[in-house]
Design a protein around this ligand. Structure first.
Ligand code: G3I
Length: 402
């Protein structure tokens, strides 16, 4: 695509420089305007045209991960919020999840200290906006607080895990749609026959830490749907096929041991130009249904790291993935919700993480979500909304686990 704009510096050069600065804000108006000029930018997204309304019309929930620190909750309560991010989340999401605010690192400044400030802020926002809330997450090997390694050991790990779950899930008892009780516990690469990832929890408690977490969560909040959440189980590649099988083995063990579990989360972080999901994912969803489990799209976004071309080409590739992927999963009656991992490119983890697999060669920012970094709808918004419209209607859900 011909380079246009500022003669002193091509978009490619400036994008690389801006990325080196680690912020989208460094991009000047002429570059951001070019990067964000998408045909979708002029469509109506409000009220009946929102993702929230289109999902609800089919008995589905669409939602997004949220950073509560960015929300103007007092403004929403007073009816005079004007912050774009706050209004976008309020209008587009029927369900929200904290991107970080309900993780151990955020909640646990000390071994006997809880800080619920940001988690409570999200709960207040969701209450004002009439939204459901996903809890994420009660047990993970990442986002552990700095004191964890020096404090938690084989003799007290069970107590730390159960007391954390009792305090956190107990605090929001009856207010949570579903909890990601255990996150990413399967890793075939660690070589165990059961496929379990070698995490501090496994090493300190043993394989039954997962069952312990689920049983503790069920006691703490009998109303929340309890979810096992993982990534890299979407594609028909040999690795992901193997990982899906190991996740199904875990779920079957749960069902045989009558472990309280209600859903499996498929994170759905998809590469725009890689292999695309298909029959393997469909079979997985059908197998989950046979076990009486719902399947949630919990963290969808589309990585455009190696998509050739400019913004228009990237946006077209991203929209295609949303269209194709969601048409597969939302066709299944046991898939009632779909969340994106963020709603605007301005706050995507893919533009914040300093990893080669997230960095575009041309230095430009990733464009993984339904709204660009000017909070304008992208072709992905249209594709996501169309996929919601094409989904078979779901019967109205009662509250709780029914
Ligand atoms: O809050 C601190 C801040 O005080 C500090 O100055 C800054 C620099 O060190 O770090 C900030 O914490 C960061 C946190 O996000 C909040 O922004 C952590 O370093 C950073 O590692 C953390 O990354 C998050 C990551 O999970 C690990 O918790 C990403 O934003 C988040 O998108 C990502 O989400 C995960 C899901 O939870 C599970 N599935 C995969 C997904 C993507 O990795």
């Amino acid at each position: 695509m011909a380079e246009t704009g500022n003669p002193e510096m091509t978009r490619r050069q400036f994008g690389r420089a801006a990325l080196a600065l680690g912020t989208a804000a460094a991009l000047p108006g002429w570059l951001r305007a070019q990067q964000n000029a998408a045909p979708a930018a002029s469509v109506s997204v409000s009220g009946p045209d929102s993702l929230r309304a289109h999902a609800a019309a089919r008995g589905l929930l669409y939602g997004t991960a949220v950073n509560p620190a960015l929300l103007d909750v007092d403004g929403v309560a007073a009816g005079n919020a004007s912050d774009g991010y706050t209004l976008l989340i309020k209008e587009q999401a029927g369900i929200v999840v904290a991107e970080g605010a309900m993780k151990w690192a955020a909640l646990r400044p000390g071994p006997s200290i809880f800080d619920f400030t940001m988690a409570d802020k999200l709960m207040r926002f969701a209450g004002l906006a009439g939204q459901r809330v996903r809890g994420h997450n009660l047990c993970w090997h990442e986002a552990l607080p700095s004191w964890f390694k020096s404090t938690v050991n084989e003799s007290n790990a069970r107590t730390h895990l159960t007391q954390h779950i009792q305090a956190v899930a107990g605090r929001y008892r009856g207010q949570i749609h579903s909890w990601d009780v255990v996150n990413e516990a399967i890793n075939p690469g660690d070589g165990r026959p059961d496929g379990l990832r070698k995490t501090p929890w496994l090493e300190l408690i043993g394989p039954d830490y997962i069952e312990l977490a689920f049983r503790t969560a069920a006691d703490a909040d009998p109303h929340a749907r309890l979810t096992y959440n993982d990534y890299g189980i979407e594609l028909d590649t040999p690795e992901q096929t193997r990982k899906r099988e190991l996740v199904l083995q875990l779920l079957r063990r749960f069902k045989d041991n009558r472990v309280p579990i209600h859903a499996v989360g498929v994170q759905s972080h998809i590469q725009a130009d890689g292999p695309q999901p298909g029959a393997g994912l469909q079979r997985f969803i059908h197998e989950a249904a046979r076990m009486g489990l719902e399947v949630y799209v919990t963290e969808m976004d589309v990585n455009t790291r190696s998509v050739a071309g400019g913004p228009e080409a990237q946006d077209a590739a991203v929209a295609q993935v949303y269209r194709d992927y969601l048409s597969i999963v939302l066709a299944e009656p046991n898939v009632p919700i779909a969340l994106t991992w963020g709603i605007t490119d301005a706050h995507s983890w893919l533009n914040e993480i300093n990893e080669p697999w997230a960095k575009r060669q041309d230095g430009s920012l990733q464009r993984p979500l339904p709204f660009n970094d000017d909070l304008k709808p992208t072709p992905a918004f249209l594709a996501l909304r169309a996929a919601l419209d094409s989904a078979p209607p779901r019967r109205k859900r009662r509250s709780g686990r029914e």
